[in-house]
Design a protein around this ligand. Sequence first.
Ligand code: PLP
Length: 399
Amino acid sequence: MDQTLIQNLLERCGCPVYVFEESVLSERISLLRNALPDGTGLCFAVKANPFIGRFIQDLADRFEICSPGEMYICEQQGLDAQKYVLSGVHKDEASMRYAFEHGLCSGILTAESVNQFELLVSLAAEYGQKIRVMPRLTNGSQFGMEAEEVIELIRRCGELKDRREGAVVFAGIHYFSGTQKTSLKKHRRELAMLDDFIDRIREETGTEVPELEYGPGFPAMYFEGEEFDESAYLEEFSTLLAGMRNRLPVTVELGRGIAASCGSFLSRVADVKCNHGENYAILDSGIHHLTYYGQFMAMKHPVCEIWPPREGAAEDEAWNLCGSLCTFNDLLVKKLPVHDLKVGDVIIFKNTGAYCMTEGISLFLSRDLPAVAWVKKNGEIRLLRHAQPVWGLNSGMQS
Ligand SMILES: Cc1ncc(COP(=O)(O)O)c(C=O)c1O
């Protein structure tokens, strides 16, 4: 981010503020598309950043939607429902009815349990709508189902695919086993397992799996000193994917791999002090606004910049960056080297475009939620959310 943009953001949006940059996001998507085998679909997991779907609706093939809230967000943003993958371990009847009644079931619906499948089958009949269902295979967690149950549901789809009122079509297999996966060995194992499973489905049901929707959990690098050769990683992953025995269409479902790099979080130093020989900077944000996957007791130094930029060397000065909450845990970074940190300086935390802004304990201490801004390719700033007071949610005075 150049100096003028930072200045403009602070003037226009105040601080703290989450910022997402269109140029970085679209370049990131192009990079992924170029790295993955030709024809691989790209699905954006909305949970990673619910603000940006509308800006990438032409760049992503699908949007994975994991809760009623995410569904309403995508609907409000005007995303094409044919691109929806309505997923989620808890699909309640009321919100699924909403989806059927509002034309939001024209994409893919995942089934994470036999009960979910039965709910979808009965709603499809009641609303007279054809649906395309992807059973989710479990990785041994609470998500998805056992292989035998998936196979049984595929058989059921075989019986229901031509049902006059509300056909239920088997659309493929959904699989996601975890995030921030740096191990290619794990991908190799998983893709081999999926290959075997696809063979087994063919042998036991005579059905060809039409598609695989696979969440590889590509990692994002958040901290200084992390060594990761992403281009070698993507190249090898693509070789593994292209080398699957079963040549079927694959859609790669990604959250942080798409969105992390486009985001920055700007937070101002509100106070400084030295207690028992330790420098403390109190920021106008904290762990309620910013969380990092893999951060441990604030020991790791997130990739960040100080604004205004520093000229002096920082080796002899270390700052503990603390938040505004009344808990000893509200430490964002320990011993960050910064020269001459002052009240009013701004810390620009980088790579915060995924999860960082939604995973915090936002209601604790009833502090405002930060503003959210979008920076268009031409540098124009669009305020997506004003800072939001949340104290009213905690006052118990709403009725
Ligand atoms: C089903 C599913 N798909 C995709 C994702 C996105 O994961 P990531 O951000 O690691 O790409 C998640 C994350 O929890 C998920 O649960």
